[in-house]
Design a protein around this ligand. Structure first.
Ligand code: NAD
Length: 351
């Protein structure tokens, strides 16, 4: 494979291949862009079928972090790392020690955080060996509200809630969510918390999940109506909020949508870029996923600059105005919102 000519390489500043015979570490650290600050992004551990899959994944994800942090107004660049291996069987202390040494060699150009296959506990372990780790701090004011230390989900849900408010304001011309009909796909960490906030604001909820206990919780605690996983797209609602999987906005699902707004926390919602145009042509307002779900990275950033709850909340609430700016510009320029978000991010990090 030629790495430089891969479409996902996309101007990466630095890609580091790390290996350690003794522990079996095989990792790739990608720094996409550091114009705005050190490249921060999750460390994913996965048993990739091929090394090419691992390279593509880390490049795609690290580029995404540059755009996300730029639009969230953070002094951070974009980066990501992957450790190739089975997180259940291959994640040994020796392997994490070797990964910490690799982080130290980059001397802060890349800062790791938890991701699929790694945990806050792993990050805490790394933090005893390198300063270049984030998302680990115990936040007393978080815990007072039932939030787990180092867990970005509550901030992600809070930002998604404000993103939905922005979309409703733009598309439906109203500030109140009272009586708003919302379908949430996936009521896990983020989806359930979002559902709770929507309920408190007076919204009516329909939810789907593949885990029965999550549906029961949403039904009993929030009075939500449960739908079968495949029925969620055609639900007769104002807002469809994907909070489970990627690639769920595609040729099959977009024609089914009844909602005039798609605004949820899931990553990589568009199966392909062209599906952003498909939504626009159907008159559906799409809140670009990486803009609306930036609460988590904002939370991690605040941990780095000295956590103050009020400042964090204000920053996350800013997702509302960023989205309004994107929506207005997208209308003015008759372009899909995702394209406008990318352009706005590039204006910030390429400056
Ligand atoms: P989670 O695993 O806690 O929740 C996902 C839920 O979706 C689970 O309850 C799962 O059972 C359900 N689900 C899976 N497949 C489904 C299907 N086909 N139909 C309906 N439900 C299904 O994950 P999370 O932390 O809540 O994250 C949700 C989404 O938001 C993910 O795409 C994640 O990448 C994205 N995201 C999360 C954060 C964060 O801070 N946690 C930040 C940014 C983006």
């Amino acid at each position: 494979m030629s790495v430089f000519s891969l479409p996902d390489f996309a101007d990466h500043e630095q890609v580091v291949f790390c290996s350690d015979d003794a522990s079996g570490l095989k990792a790739i650290i990608a720094v996409h862009n550091s114009n705005l600050g050190p490249a921060l992004g999750g460390c994913r551990m996965w048993h990739y079928a091929t090394e090419d899959d691992a390279i593509r994944d880390v490049l795609r994800l690290s580029r995404g972090m540059t755009y996300k942090s730029a639009l969230a107004g953070l002094k951070l660049g974009g980066g990501k790392s992957v450790i190739i291996g089975n997180p259940r069987t291959d994640k040994t202390p020796a392997l994490l020690d070797a990964f910490a040494r690799a982080l130290n060699q980059l001397n802060g150009r890349y800062v790791a955080a938890e991701d699929s296959g790694t945990s806050v506990a792993d990050m805490k372990y790394l933090a005893e060996r390198t300063p270049h780790v984030a998302g680990i701090e115990d936040k007393p004011s978080h815990e007072a509200e039932g939030m787990r230390s180092g867990d970005p989900s509550p901030a992600t849900a809070y930002g998604t809630f404000f993103g939905i408010k922005a979309a409703v304001k733009r598309k439906l011309g109203r500030d109140s969510l009272d009586g708003l009909r919302v379908a949430i796909q996936g009521v896990g960490n983020v989806g359930f918390d979002l559902a709770r906030q929507l309920k408190e604001a007076g919204a009516e909820l329909w939810v789907s999940d593949i885990h029965e206990e999550n549906l029961v919780r949403a039904r009993t605690e929030l009075g939500a109506s449960a739908l079968a996983p495949e029925a969620i797209y055609a639900a007769n609602v104002d807002v469809f909020a994907p909070c489970a999987l990627g690639a769920i906005l595609n040729d099959e699902t977009i024609p089914q949508l009844h909602a005039s707004i798609v605004a949820g926390a899931a990553n990589n919602q568009l199966a392909e870029v062209r599906h952003g145009s498909a939504l626009m042509h159907r008159g559906i307002l799409y809140a670009p996923d990486y803009v609306i779900n930036a609460g988590g990275i904002i939370d991690i950033y605040h941990e780095r600059i000295g956590f103050q709850r009020a400042a964090l909340l204000r920053h996350v609430e800013g997702i509302h105005d960023t989205l309004l700016e994107i929506f207005e510009r997208a209308d003015r320029e008759a372009r899909p919102t995702g394209e406008v978000a990318d352009a706005l991010a590039e204006e910030r990090f390429k400056r």
